[in-house]
Design a protein around this ligand. Sequence first.
Ligand SMILES: *Cc1c(COP(=O)(O)O)cnc(C)c1O
Length: 369
Amino acid sequence: MTMIKFLDLQKVTAKYADEIHEAVLRTVDSGWYLQGRENERFETDYAKYIGTEYCIGCANGLDALIWIFRAYIEMGVMKQGDEVIVPANTYIATILAITENGLKPVFVEPSIETYQIDDSKIEEAVTPKTKAVCIVHLYGQCAYTDRIGEICKKYNLKLIEDNAQAHGCIYQGKKTGSIGDAAGHSFYPGKNLGALGDAGAVTTNDEKLAKTVRALANYGSYKKYIFQYTGRNSRLDEIQAAILNVKLKHLDDDIALRKQVAKYYIDSITNPNIILPKIFDWNQHVFHIFPIRCRERDGLQNYLTDSEIQTIIHYPTPPHKQECYKQWNEMSLPVTEQIHEEELSLPMSPVMTREEIDTVITALNKWGE
Ligand SMILES: *Cc1c(COP(=O)(O)O)cnc(C)c1O
């Protein structure tokens, strides 16, 4: 028996190998390795795909989020010590982008139904220092609700989207990444739209923000050798842009395949000890992750490992319990902590075979018999 991988990246890449090889060679032979045609094309096409006026490529998803907050600080919209409301159960990068800028994350619990920020708990977290709500479309499911939009309007808060896990997800006709004031995207290899190395982008309709982000990610410079900000080198690699141009064309097909895997799982996993993800008609899911929950999560994971099925926990420890955030270690966030104790991510990718999916389903239904 061969191991069913959580994500077989080699197979994901092999599917488009000819096109990828051609794109890489074309870039190598072009003699132009940064901020060239591939970057330009990717920024144009990705902005069009997401439905925003602007897209700025950058080095990775963490930087994309860092630049959004930093740009708002440079623009005078936010200042150090201001508060940003954020779901407590996100990946650490969302929180790092906030603290890196001297801003304060205010953790809000997620809903146990959707694992997305609980919109009924946002308003009570607003203070005079709150400047933004940063939603995270976690696991590939839309986190936005009309109520969140209303709260942002009422208190004049920026709405920032962490769209690292949800490229292609749609909310009422709009792609996530085009709903708020700005969005950060990651193209880490394992993401739904993955490069073959690090890459990221910011999307926005705000021209000033777009220009500021572009300058910050390029040494703080609008004009060669003129430095407006103490920026960094956080440019999108030209070869990665060329690869992303290939993969963007196939993204919707790959998402359709992910949805098919999810449908098989949802229709066929009947073990009452396993809680399946819930999808409502208002919050689509592009299944970057297929998260299940189980009280005996660790036992289930060991059983699946013994059955040659690889799973991953997203995530074992929430940000507020991490050593780097000692000041928040004593905080009590029971819903978040419960999710971190019970969550398990099943194999999910556009290259899983029906046989592999069936093996996972059979193993899960047999568990605890
Ligand atoms: C992957 C991810 C990021 C960071 O992306 P990198 O490209 O790895 O820096 C940010 N937020 C979330 C929710 C992510 O899953």
